[in-house]
Write a protein of this length. Structure first.
Length: 115
């Protein structure tokens, strides 16, 4: 696949708010202003997040559980814990809650300041 074609395909993916699961939303916007957008994403057992892209963001786990993540590195299963946090420079993936508890995350996306 050419680099240009790959970039076009990447740009076609929805962001986390637009992507849902089987046509239903899984994230809700809690706040958006000129400096930040905050999303809360909730995944009951058996619910995931269709393929989507993330801008750089900080994440915080409100309710942990067992998630299956598929990205450019392959598919892996991880156990998340409430209170854990992370920073991502941006990513593309699909997520599926394969556990028996609801998981919930906050995603905080800083907006670039005008230069």
């Amino acid at each position: 696949m050419s680099m240009i074609l790959a970039l076009l395909l990447v740009g076609a993916l929805p962001d986390p708010l637009a992507a849902g699961w089987e046509g239903e939303p899984v994230c809700e916007k809690l706040e958006e202003n000129e400096t930040v957008r905050v999303l809360r994403c909730t995944f009951p057992p058996g619910v995931g997040h269709d393929q989507h892209r993330h801008a750089p963001h900080w994440g915080y786990i409100l309710q942990g559980g067992v998630q299956q993540i598929t990205d450019a590195s392959g598919t892996r299963t991880i156990t998340t814990k409430a209170g854990a946090q992370w920073w991502s420079d941006g990513t593309e993936h699909t997520v599926l809650n394969v556990g028996d508890t609801t998981t919930q995350y906050l995603i905080v996306e800083p907006k670039e300041a005008d230069k």
